[in-house]
Design a protein around this ligand. Structure first.
Ligand SMILES: [Zn+2]
Ligand SMILES: [Zn+2]
Length: 96
């Protein structure tokens, strides 16, 4: 029994209170992840919520073996080349 709160399981606020640990450890900061906390599965690696925010999108892509171009392709964002429009052609007339 706890000497401070005289309870078997210390509530938050007791000096002996320790959050239950999930057994998972963040692979970025090495901190254990408490039960109920949010964590991210980054390609099989366990990453805590705080750490995920510090990882750049480029780093994440790299971890997934993707390049920035792959991401753009996935989002259907294509690189286009502006072409010189033919002189004297009004595109609205073409449809008629
Ligand atoms: Zn206690
Ligand atoms: Zn972390």
């Amino acid at each position: 029994m706890c000497e401070y709160c005289h309870q078997l399981h210390c509530p938050p606020g007791c000096p002996n209170y320790a959050p239950r640990m999930s057994g998972l450890t963040c692979e970025e900061c090495g901190e254990p992840i408490p039960v109920g906390a949010v964590y991210w599965d980054v390609d099989g690696a366990c990453v805590c919520d705080d750490c995920l925010k510090t990882i750049s999108v480029f780093d994440l892509l790299d971890r997934k073996g993707m390049t920035y171009s792959d991401l753009l392709e996935l989002l259907d964002i294509r690189q286009m080349e502006a072409e010189e429009s033919s002189e004297g052609i009004d595109r609205r007339d073409e449809r008629c």
